[in-house]
Design a protein around this ligand. Structure first.
Ligand SMILES: [Zn+2]
Ligand SMILES: [Zn+2]
Length: 352
């Protein structure tokens, strides 16, 4: 018996002595997997939707700011780039160097704050030689010029430090592609290449103007991204017969609780913001009504207000949704990947 105890003690001591080497061995394995993972290449067929940021300006450490990525035709299309979204994309194995273009829904900070970091992350990949195209309604150039100016010194340092690389200076910059805000009922094509088409449509998010949503079509599949919007008949028309509608939502009953708590704590500014925001977002039930009216085959919520750090909170958030919409409903978390299937509900898994 005593001999066993001595052997166990020696084994534990040995493990303690080797713990740094064991940690390094695990580290090597994780890094080798991380740098070789290329989710876009692995999903070259079909249409796949990834949540690279399901958050809002309300703090939640598990959620990056607004960001939805679509993999189609072996390319990566990114809709909005909130704070933390570029790093989330990279952690998900969605190499930023694979990005074909970014599409901004509007210029609220929680949808654009990650643009500078995205340009940097993109340049850690191979084969990047041109500025990153950033599509958006009129006003997008003011945003991209601002990021380029703010990051100009950073770019100069990095190009000087890594002078053996042949990265051209423009590869670190943003290339604005502005379009006129579409009129009601009109969904112009803003991008078309190799069987992927992307249309823009206007949504009501006043006083934020312009504000648009996007519809991506590829391989007979149709994905619609609402952007930030109130209940919108124009969105219903644009989302007609979509395979997947990704919709923002704000739960008024839960936001009213934050307002009440903020007022009780003497936080009048927060209370006022909570009081004001329900008038430019849709409720979960309104999003479900839009999904039903448009005849979409699946509905996914993103940009949930408030954030839902526990699954338990999805119950009150989704209250009333199943009464108006009987298709599959998803609450997107950062890292979620939905693979579209023409004959069935999208398949869900997490990349984190
Ligand atoms: Zn937002
Ligand atoms: Zn907004």
């Amino acid at each position: 018996m005593k001999r066993w105890l001595v052997l166990i003690a020696l084994a534990v001591a040995g493990l303690l002595l080797l713990r740094n080497e064991i940690a390094m061995m695990l580290f090597r394995q994780v890094i080798a997997k991380q740098v070789s993972t290329d989710i876009v290449a692995e999903h070259a067929a079909g249409v796949h939707v990834a949540s690279c940021g399901s958050g809002t300006p309300l703090p939640d450490l598990t959620l990056a700011g607004g960001c939805t990525a679509v993999i189609a035709a072996g390319r990566l299309f990114v809709f909005d780039v909130g704070e933390g979204a570029p790093e989330t994309l990279a952690r998900m194995g969605l190499r930023p160097a694979r990005i074909e273009a970014v599409f901004l829904t509007h210029f609220h900070s929680d949808h654009v704050a990650g643009l500078g970091a995205l340009a940097l992350q993109r340049n850690l990949g191979e084969g990047v030689s041109t500025a990153l195209p950033v599509y958006g309604a009129d006003g997008v150039a003011q945003v991209t010029r601002g990021f380029d100016a703010a990051f100009a010194q950073d770019h100069a340092y990095r190009l000087a430090h890594h002078h053996t690389l042949t990265t051209p200076p423009q590869a670190l910059q943003l290339d604005p592609r502005a379009f006129a805000p579409p009129t009601e009922g009109y969904f112009p094509v803003v991008y078309e290449r190799d069987g992927v088409s992307i249309r823009a449509f206007s949504v009501p998010h006043g006083p934020v103007k312009p504000a648009v949503g996007y519809r991506l079509e590829h391989d007979g599949m149709r994905v619609v991204i609402s952007g930030d919007t109130m209940s919108s008949t124009n969105l219903v028309a644009a989302a007609d017969d979509a395979d997947l509608l990704i919709h923002e939502a704000l739960a008024p009953r839960m936001v009213a609780e934050i307002e009440k708590a903020a007022r009780a704590a003497g936080q009048e500014t927060l209370a006022t913001v909570m009081h004001d925001i329900p008038n430019y977002h849709a409720t979960p039930v309104q999003a479900a009504e839009a999904a039903r009216a448009a005849g979409v085959r699946a509905l996914a919520f993103t940009h949930m207000i408030p954030p839902l750090p526990r699954r338990l909170l999805e119950g009150p958030f989704l209250e009333g949704v199943s009464q108006v919409y009987d298709g599959p409903v998803y609450v997107l978390r950062d890292g979620t990947l939905l693979s579209l299937d023409a004959g069935a509900a999208p398949e869900e898994r997490s990349l984190l």
